[in-house]
Ligand binder design. Structure first.
Ligand SMILES: Nc1ncnc2c1ncn2[C@@H]1O[C@H](COP(=O)(O)OP(=O)(O)OP(=O)(O)O)[C@@H](O)[C@H]1O
Ligand SMILES: [Mg+2]
Length: 246
């Protein structure tokens, strides 16, 4: 695959900017399946400052999801340093990690990962429930978020009663519920047709313009082109970063 995007840098940063939200140094991830060891990430140095919109691109199997799962504390690195909002993630116990996932990270998955038996409103309420937000505030916040993503008239619909694009907008609302430090999305338009993919893309871009920090793994060129910074991964290493810090 050739590098299809022109290198541009609308959001220049200088090394040593105070307190990046994400700071990784020498991150390695080896999946050890007994006889087979896969070195999915081989020494990743990566920083993301507050308010950035970073697209992560690269061929299938290059390590993009592995990287995002580490950033999202869904998995732990084999080696290297990872600080999220200045806190070393390796020092946290299980409860600490669960807390970080709930409060600091909003995750949007390719297959939406909504709970099928719950309504849109209840799905968005889940992180607020885990976060100990009282019932009335929870409901109000979830309703406001669904209105914000254009689903104010679908509050009681279950996932099977929504279109793919609508399901992904519920997932985005859920990701926003706890007002996270960073929104991570792994191929958020991968299961959507062009039109609903473009709606989700506009929604994410709008959130970024309102101040959210986004890291989005994508094969979608129109998505990558919206991001001021594009990071390309091949064989578990960053080979290109238009942010200019590599
Ligand atoms: N849980 C796992 N156990 C073992 N190997 C894994 C696991 N997850 C990923 N891998 C391997 O790690 C490598 C990187 O996988 P990863 O899912 O990060 O790639 P990707 O860039 O997200 O690919 P795609 O674009 O197809 O989603 C692949 O060789 C994959 O087979
Ligand atoms: Mg992947």
């Amino acid at each position: 695959m050739n590098w299809p995007w022109s290198a541009k840098n609308d959001n220049p940063r200088t090394p040593g900017d105070p307190a990046p939200i994400i700071r990784m140094q020498g991150i390695c991830k080896v999946y050890d399946k007994g006889t087979v060891k896969v070195e999915a990430l081989r020494g990743i140095d990566f920083e993301v400052a507050r308010g950035e919109f970073v697209a992560v691109v690269g061929p299938s199997g290059s390590g993009k999801s592995s990287l995002l799962n580490l950033i999202g504390c869904l998995d732990t690195p084999t080696d290297g340093l990872y600080e999220l909002s200045g806190e070393a993630v390796a020092d946290l116990d299980r409860d600490g990690l669960a807390e970080i996932r709930n409060r600091r990270i909003g995750f949007v998955f390719q297959n939406f990962n909504l709970l099928p038996q719950l309504s849109a409103l209840e799905n968005v309420e889940m992180p607020l429930l885990f976060g100990g937000v009282p019932a009335r505030r929870r409901r109000k916040r979830a309703q406001e978020l669904l209105e914000q993503v254009g689903l104010g008239d679908r509050l009681t619909h279950r996932p099977t009663e929504l279109s793919g694009g609508q399901m992904q907008r519920v997932a985005v609302a859920r990701a926003l519920a706890m007002d996270p430090d960073v929104i991570l999305a792994d191929e958020p338009t991968g299961n959507l047709d062009t039109s609903s993919g473009s709606d989700v893309l506009s929604l994410l871009t709008q959130l970024w313009k309102q101040g959210s920090t986004l890291v989005v793994v994508t094969h979608d060129i129109s998505m990558a082109e919206r991001a001021p910074r594009i990071v390309e991964i091949r064989d578990g290493v960053i080979v290109n970063d238009t942010g200019g810090l590599q």
